[in-house]
Design a protein around this ligand. Structure first.
Ligand SMILES: [Zn+2]
Ligand SMILES: [Zn+2]
Length: 106
């Protein structure tokens, strides 16, 4: 069955840090702490019944921006998400540092 991207504009309050986030239909994570929530199977479908918080565990720089690897603290599912321009860059760097340290075994 084809799954199409469903764009929804939703404001939400981050369950990790309490930041009020103005939803733009694309951002699925908090711009302040970068945590996300496990709600989508296909982007935007809100079909995953898990609802666990997703921790930013890795970042990768690509042409045109960054992407963030989120891992669900509840079920362990991992998902790459495009970083948004309003994301806190210090947080992105902090995630990159922590991830680099883990890879080096520090
Ligand atoms: Zn947050
Ligand atoms: Zn989950």
């Amino acid at each position: 069955m084809p799954v199409s991207f469903v764009r929804r504009v939703e404001d939400f309050v981050c369950e990790r840090c309490g930041q009020a986030v103005a939803g733009d239909g694309y951002t699925n994570h908090c711009p302040a702490c970068l945590w996300s929530k496990h709600v989508d199977i296909a982007p935007g479908d809100r079909a995953a019944g898990c609802g666990g918080l997703m921790e930013p565990v890795d970042v990768e720089s690509r042409a045109g921006g960054y992407r963030i690897l989120h891992r669900c603290v509840q079920c362990g599912a991992e998902k790459w998400n495009q970083a948004a321009p309003q994301d806190d860059f210090e947080q992105i760097l902090a995630v990159a540092r922590a991830s680099g340290n883990r890879k080096l075994g520090l």
